[in-house]
Ligand binder design. Structure first.
Ligand SMILES: Cc1cc2nc3c(=O)[nH]c(=O)nc-3n(C[C@H](O)[C@H](O)[C@H](O)COP(=O)(O)OP(=O)(O)OC[C@H]3O[C@@H](n4cnc5c(N)ncnc54)[C@H](O)[C@@H]3O)c2cc1C
Length: 386
């Protein structure tokens, strides 16, 4: 009960930031492809940056349900800012899962204090959507490790204070799909950032490419121990990343259905004086959209709670969440645009931004078909990767 109340309070704080800071900045950030600095500052000032940091580090000690709820609330106003915050939270959860004392002091405590932003850098130009096959090399050096490789689409790229980077397994005997996770400070020598991010949608999040050339990190930069890699991938990286995405795309879908309802409930044709919503075809379409939205919302929230409780079906639900939320976001923004008509179809309309933002969900790996394949394999008791 205490946790529920606490989560309600956190959601209220996020709603205030979303309304007062994210909403007024979203158009400019989308137009100019700006990283949402005012929003990230406001989230820090509201004490929300340590959402998934352990209580022992001063964090809020929340899990997947809280991440879903926060991403959803923020994405209703500004999906790019939600993505930046959510990727920080995913990075935090990965660091916090088995943090050493040094990692706790250097990373988690500043994160909880709102003084440090982190983010997850998995994707690479070489393995693309199959981000679970990183080729970034990590080799032992006298005082730690040296990294060489390229990471692509790093959200919060060039803005974060640290990067949680996947590499080929530090343990040479590890099997396929097993990677190591290494923490790299933004001030490390050997990092070179590529061009600013200019997306079709999800424009305001600085999802950039970075080259790592002979980047030296200390021996305390490897997360967990040798042999922990599979545990990280399936117990932490996958559930937190998928929950973050599910919350973000759910928020976009909610905003689209709200806009459709607002239009049907306020637009009147002059020749009849009737509201558009009085047309049974249009009210039926809104009802059908709401059924899809509500089923997705319940699936996402229920699955996040099950996974937080380490239930046996936790992984299946979490795999389903991102697929369902992405599909709902793309479908519902598209249908909402039809209902809002010419106003929705205007260049740079609110709905056009939601539609562009939603479309990133189909690009962001693991993609829907991959998730459905994994889900089927999980239900059959098979390992996810063939
Ligand atoms: C806005 C945005 C933010 C992002 N943020 C991050 C981030 O913070 N961290 C991060 O690590 N990554 C991030 N990504 C990367 C993202 O998750 C994908 O990994 C990346 O976009 C894949 O790009 P690609 O063009 O190389 O895909 P490709 O590998 O070229 O794939 C192209 C398409 O082929 C299909 N495909 C590829 N492989 C398979 C397969 N095995 N089975 C079925 N279909 C397949 C998919 O439809 C895919 O979209 C972000 C991407 C975007 C767009």
């Amino acid at each position: 009960m205490a946790t529920r109340l606490r989560l309600t309070e956190l959601i209220e704080r996020a709603e205030i930031v979303a309304r007062d800071v994210l909403r007024p900045n979203v158009e400019e950030e989308d137009r100019e492809a700006l990283w949402p600095e005012p929003g990230m500052r406001a989230l820090a000032a509201s004490g929300l940056m340590g959402l998934n940091a352990p209580v022992s580090a001063g964090g809020l000690g929340q899990g997947l349900e809280a991440l879903v709820c926060m991403a959803r609330v923020l994405a209703r106003e500004n999906a790019s800012a939600a993505l930046c915050y959510a990727m920080h939270c995913v990075g935090t959860a990965v660091i916090g899962a088995k943090a050493s004392k040094v990692q706790q002091e250097r990373f988690l405590e500043p994160i909880a204090a709102g003084e440090h932003i982190t983010t997850l850098a998995l994707s690479e130009p070489g393995s693309g959507a199959q981000f679970y096959f990183p080729e970034t090399a990590v080799r032992p050096a006298p005082d730690g490790y040296v990294l060489d490789g390229v990471k692509s689409f790093v959200t919060n790229g060039g803005q974060a204070d640290s990067y949680v980077i996947s590499t080929a397994a530090a343990d040479a005997a590890a099997g396929e799909g097993v990677f190591s996770v290494v923490l790299v400070g933004a001030d490390s020598a050997g990092l070179s950032w590529g061009e600013p991010w200019q997306g079709f949608g999800m424009r305001g999040n600085s999802s950039r490419t970075v080259e790592l050339e002979g980047v030296r990190v200390g021996s305390d930069s490897l997360l967990g121990r040798e042999g922990d890699q599979l545990w990280y991938v399936f117990e932490v990286v996958t559930p937190y990343f998928l929950a973050a995405m599910a919350g973000t795309y759910l928020g976009i879908a909610e905003a689209a259905v709200d806009l459709a309802a607002e239009h049907l409930g306020s637009r009147r044709h002059s020749h009849t004086g009737d509201l558009l919503g009085a047309n049974p075809i249009l009210s039926s379409e809104l009802g059908s959209m709401w059924i899809k939205l509500e089923s997705t919302r319940q699936l996402v929230l229920y699955s996040a709670r099950r996974a937080d409780a380490a239930a046996a079906d936790g992984l299946s639900g979490i795999l389903a969440c991102k697929a369902a939320a992405t599909e709902a976001a793309v479908d519902l923004t598209n249908r909402a645009m039809t209902l809002v008509g010419g106003l929705g179809y205007r260049e740079n309309s609110h709905l056009s931004r939601l539609l562009r933002d939603a479309r990133a969900g189909h690009i962001m790996a693991p993609t829907t078909q991959v998730l459905e394949t994994w889900l089927g394999r999980a239900l059959l008791g098979m390992p996810l990767l063939q």
